[in-house]
Design a protein around this ligand. Structure first.
Ligand code: UDP
Ligand code: MG
Length: 322
């Protein structure tokens, strides 16, 4: 019997977690040929998610949980979950039922019958989401496909089922600043894309703000490409050549025709333009140096406070309120 691990990052999901498990169990019960196991990762929630998780684990034998010492972010939670998997197939999904478990049979078929290593999802329609967010997400996918050597179809999501082999490859990438969408694509293997209509989150609320989406986009590009660095170098070269021509023209004018331009506006434009370009280039450079700095520290990606993976160590000492 094949085993399937479900990795579920949870942040402030006290309202919806139980509902998620109940709904997912319905699908699991319809697939008696597979043994499912939940790996719930509590990413330092501020609400009672941990207690809900612990109670669920008492009720259902196949629920394992890991609880972080603070909020480390969804990427860290996914990584922790993946590290604790052992099943033949691994699913990564959200706890808010925006990733319908009803797709499991289709995903299993893609891997077993069609021979894919991964069956990933992309969103079809962006109902209930603002036009602005849609525009930026389109721009993000377009830009990152052009600039990086990883390719992602528009609307690609983290929700996917992968083979053990693929998960092991993903775990070999131990970088601190993780960008899973890129990593999933970077490791290669054959991916089948299936699309589905997204629904609004029913319980709890989304934790993503516009600023974090922007940061996410910058991360996505800088983690997988040095194109912005090359862009600054090319820009510098172009400006250098243009100014060279300008200098020659000015010299000829002054030496041979005796024209001296007062050029207040020209000077001001040049100073401001070059100042802007320099600032921007330093900014891009700084982005990468910052990344090197964070990677060089080599800090752990997450810190576990409680877990029922090793009941022996954990015992019942973790009865404190979260
Ligand atoms: N999540 C997490 N850590 C965070 C933020 C979110 O583990 O810091 C989890 C969250 O519990 C959910 C998933 O990541 O299971 C997606 O989050 P959300 O639904 O808020 O994002 P969206 O669906 O809007 O992309
Ligand atoms: Mg969601």
């Amino acid at each position: 019997m094949k085993t399937i691990d479900l990795v579920v990052p949870c942040y402030n999901e006290e309202e919806g977690l139980e509902h998620f498990v109940n709904e997912t169990n319905k699908v699991i019960d319809s697939l008696p040929d597979y043994k499912f196991r939940y790996i719930l990762v509590n990413d330092g929630s501020r609400d009672k998610t941990y207690l809900v998780m612990k109670n669920l684990a008492k009720r259902f034998k196949n629920i394992k949980y890991i609880s972080f010492s603070r909020n480390f972010g969804k990427e860290a939670a996914m990584y922790a979950g993946l590290q604790h998997t052992g099943g033949d197939y691994v699913v990564v999904m959200d706890a808010d039922l925006q990733h319908p478990p009803a797709l499991f049979p289709q995903m299993i078929d893609a891997i077993e019958k069609e021979g894919y290593d991964c069956c990933a999802t992309r969103r079809e329609a962006r109902e209930g989401e603002s036009a602005l967010r849609g525009f930026f997400s389109k721009m993000f996918f377009g830009l990152s496909n052009k600039l990086t050597d990883v390719s992602m179809p528009y609307g690609a999501m983290d929700y996917r089922m992968m083979t053990r082999q693929m998960v092991d490859s993903i775990l070999e990438l131990g970088e601190v600043q993780r960008f899973s969408k890129g990593i999933f694509s970077w490791v290669g293997f054959n991916t089948k894309w299936i699309s589905f209509k997204t629904v609004d989150r029913q319980l709890g609320k989304t934790t993503w703000k516009f600023s974090s989406l922007f940061k996410y986009a910058i991360d996505g590009i800088t983690c997988f490409s040095v194109a912005p660095l090359r862009f600054t170098a090319v820009m510098g070269a172009i400006i250098f050549f243009i100014s060279l021509i300008y200098i020659i023209i000015t010299l000829i004018q002054t030496l041979f025709f005796g024209i001296t331009t007062p050029g207040y506006v020209t000077t001001l434009c040049a100073v401001l333009f070059l100042g802007g370009i320099t600032e921007m280039s330093i900014g891009i450079l700084g982005e990468y140096i910052g990344r090197i700095y964070m990677e060089a520290k080599d800090r752990p990606i997450y810190i576990v406070k409680h877990s029922n993976f090793d009941e022996e160590i954990d015992r019942e000492k973790d009865t404190d309120e979260e």
